[in-house]
Ligand binder design. Structure first.
Ligand SMILES: Cc1cc2nc3c(=O)[nH]c(=O)nc-3n(C[C@H](O)[C@H](O)[C@H](O)COP(=O)(O)OP(=O)(O)OC[C@H]3O[C@@H](n4cnc5c(N)ncnc54)[C@H](O)[C@@H]3O)c2cc1C
Length: 486
C-alpha cells in the first residue's frame, strides 16, 4: 500500500509538490494521514511517531486548520482575561518531531480514491493516504434551537476572544447609556445550556463581571444580570447530583445570577430569547447546548449513529473501510457494555494511544485491539476560586477542587515554558483586577489598510469596500460561520 500523490495545491502545484516531497514522500512509503489537530489527532501523531521511530517506510502527516492544540478546559479563562489567549494553546509543530504538519482545511474525503481534499485561502489541493484517521472533533449544535445563528458559541479560541470583546463592549456602551431599557438589554447575559461548559462559563463570567464592574462608574453591579437556562431537571447532568447541587447553590448566590431549570428555549432572535412563557431581551446570548460531529463526517458514505458520529468498532476502525479510523468527538466508539464512550478530552487522549498502537499493529500484520477505559472523573470550575470535582469515587468541592483542577490541567499542558506562563498569568490574576483591554479589530484593520499600498491590498481585502472604508461588521457568529468556522 503506497501513497501515489503528494500535496498538490492548484496554482502552486510545483512549489507544494516539491515541498511535500522534501518531507520524504516517495512511492515506497506508507502514508498515515491524521485529520484534526485537537487532542485526538495530535496525540495519535505523537504516539505513532514513537512507535514508528525506526520505520523510515512510514510517513505521518497531520492536517489541521489551526496550527495549535487548544487546551479547551482553560478556554473559559481566556474569555475572562485570566489567561493570555495564546497561553491556553500549544503549537503543534513544537509538539511533534517527525510528523509533517499541513495547515489547511479539510473540505471533503474521497474514500474510493483514498484522497483528502484540502483548502487554504483561495487555494485547494489533494492529499493521498494509505491509512486515514478522522479526528475532526465537533461543533456546537445549532440545529436544535431555531435562530441559533444569533447566539455566540463557545468552542474555539476565536469564540472566546469574540465573546470577551463583545462583553467588554457591552459594559462600555452601558456606561454611557441613558435609556434604562437599552441599558438593561446591554447588561443581560444569557447562557443556554446547563451542562458543564455552560456552567463553567457562567461561573467565569459572573466572576469577571464582579472584577470589572468597579471600572465603570455608571454601571452598578446590581444591574448586571446573568441567566443560565437549562432544559433538563438540573444543571451539570454529567456530575454527581450532590456536586451539581453545590454548584447550583454557589452560583445562585452570585450577584445578578439566575439559574432556571426545566426551561426549554423555543427560539432565539437577535437580542431576544423566547421561552415557553416569556421572552428575555439580551444583547448577549451564548449557546452551549450540546455538540454535533464535524460536518465533514456527515458527508461520508459510511455508517453513522443518530447524532451523526461515525460508527467504528472497539478498535476505532470503520467496519466498511478498514483503512479509515475515527477518534474523539467525531466518533462513536463502543465501550465493553455497548454504550459509546463520552466525548471528552480525557477519552480522546487515551483513545489516541490505543489507536496509534492499532495502526502500527496493522502495518505489521497484527490484529487491532479494542479501546477500554473507565472515566477517571469530572471537574468543573465555578469561578472565584471554587470548583467541583469527582475523582473516581471521591467528591470534592470548593477551593480544594479548584486547586486540584488547576493543577491537573496545568500538568496536561505540554511544555514547561507554557506551564510557566500560565502560572504567571494566574498569579497576576490573583493580585490584580481583570483587564478590560478590548482590541477593536476593525479600527486596527483600517489602520493596516491605510498603510498598505495598492499592490498588497488584495490579500486583506475581504472587509474592504469599494469606497475604501471598512464594511460594517456582520454579527460575530454569522461572520464566523461564513468563514467556515462555528
Ligand atoms: C469549552 C470546553 C471545555 C471543555 N472542558 C473539558 C474538560 O474539562 N474535560 C474534558 O475531558 N473535556 C472537555 N471538553 C471536551 C474536549 O475538549 C473534547 O472532548 C476534545 O477536545 C475532543 O478532542 P477531538 O480531538 O476529538 O476534537 P477537538 O479537540 O475539537 O479537535 C478537532 C480539531 O480538528 C480541527 N478541524 C476541525 N474541522 C477541520 C477541518 N475541516 N479541517 C481541518 N481541521 C479541522 C480543529 O481545528 C481542531 O484542531 C471541553 C470542550 C469545550 C469546548
Amino acid at each position: 500500500m503506497t501513497a501515489q500523490i503528494g500535496v498538490t495545491y492548484f496554482g502552486k502545484e510545483a512549489k507544494m509538490v516539491s515541498r511535500i516531497q522534501d518531507a520524504g514522500a516517495t512511492a515506497q512509503r506508507t502514508r498515515i494521514v491524521i485529520l484534526g489537530g485537537g487532542f485526538g489527532g495530535v496525540y495519535t501523531a505523537r504516539h505513532l511517531e514513537k512507535r514508528c521511530r525506526r520505520r523510515r517506510d512510514v510517513e505521518i502527516v497531520l492536517v489541521s486548520r489551526d496550527n495549535f492544540l487548544l487546551m479547551t478546559p482553560l478556554l473559559f479563562e481566556v474569555c475572562s482575561g485570566t489567561l493570555e489567549s495564546h497561553h491556553c494553546a500549544f503549537p503543534i509543530r513544537a509538539f511533534l518531531r517527525r510528523t509533517r504538519f499541513v495547515e489547511a482545511t479539510v473540505t471533503a474525503i474521497d474514500l474510493d480514491r483514498k484522497v483528502v481534499h484540502l483548502a487554504e485561502g483561495s487555494e485547494s489541493g489533494e492529499l493521498a493516504y494509505d491509512q486515514v484517521v478522522l479526528a475532526l472533533g465537533a461543533m456546537t449544535n445549532r440545529v436544535m434551537i431555531p435562530g441559533s445563528e444569533h447566539a455566540f458559541t463557545f468552542k474555539t479560541l476565536a469564540d472566546a476572544l469574540l465573546l470577551r470583546n463583545h462583553i467588554i463592549e457591552r459594559f462600555e456602551r452601558a456606561d454611557v447609556e441613558t435609556d434604562a431599557e437599552i441599558k438593561r438589554r446591554q447588561l443581560t447575559f444569557v447562557i443556554i445550556g446547563g451542562g458543564l461548559v455552560g456552567v463553567e462559563l457562567f461561573g467565569e463570567l459572573t466572576a469577571f463581571a464582579d472584577g470589572i464592574a468597579p471600572l465603570y462608574k455608571r454601571v452598578n453591579r446590581d444591574e448586571v444580570r446573568f441567566i443560565l437556562l437549562q432544559a433538563g431537571e438540573r444543571i451539570m447532568p454529567e456530575m454527581n447530583p450532590k456536586l451539581a447541587e453545590y454548584g447550583s447553590r454557589v452560583l445562585g448566590r452570585r450577584n445578578g445570577a439566575e439559574i432556571r431549570i426545566n426551561v426549554p428555549v423555543r427560539r432565539i432572535e437577535r437580542g431576544k430569547v423566547h421561552l415557553p412563557e416569556e421572552t428575555i431581551e439580551a444583547e448577549t446570548v451564548i449557546l452551549a447546548a450540546g455538540i454535533v460531529p464535524n460536518p465533514i463526517v456527515g458527508g461520508l458514505p459510511v455508517e453513522k449513529d443518530k447524532r451523526g458520529h461515525i460508527v467504528v468498532d472497539g478498535t476505532m476502525r470503520c467496519p466498511s473501510r478498514p483503512e479509515l479510523w475515527a477518534i474523539g468527538d467525531c466518533a462513536s466508539i463502543p465501550s465493553p457494555d455497548g454504550m459509546p464512550y463520552p466525548n471528552l478530552a480525557q477519552h480522546a487522549l487515551r483513545e489516541a494511544n490505543v489507536l496509534a498502537r492499532n495502526i502500527y499493529g496493522v502495518l505489521n500484520g497484527e490484529i487491532p485491539k479494542p479501546f477500554v477505559f473507565d472515566t477517571l472523573g469530572m471537574m468543573g470550575s465555578l469561578g472565584h476560586g471554587k470548583a467541583v470535582a469527582q475523582l473516581l469515587k471521591v467528591r470534592v468541592h470548593g477551593v480544594l477542587a479548584w486547586f486540584v483542577r488547576r493543577t491537573y490541567y496545568l500538568l496536561q499542558m505540554p511544555g514547561c515554558g507554557r506551564r510557566f506562563r500560565i502560572v504567571i498569568d494566574w498569579i497576576f490574576a490573583l493580585l490584580f483586577r481583570p483587564d478590560v483591554v478590548r482590541i477593536n479589530l476593525h479600527s486596527e484593520a483600517a489602520l493596516i489598510l491605510r498603510e498598505l499600498n495598492e499592490d498588497t491590498i488584495p490579500a486583506v481585502d475581504r472587509n474592504h469596500s469599494e469606497s475604501g472604508t471598512i464594511e460594517e461588521p456582520q454579527h460575530p457568529t454569522t461572520a464566523m460561520a461564513a468563514a467556515g468556522r462555528e
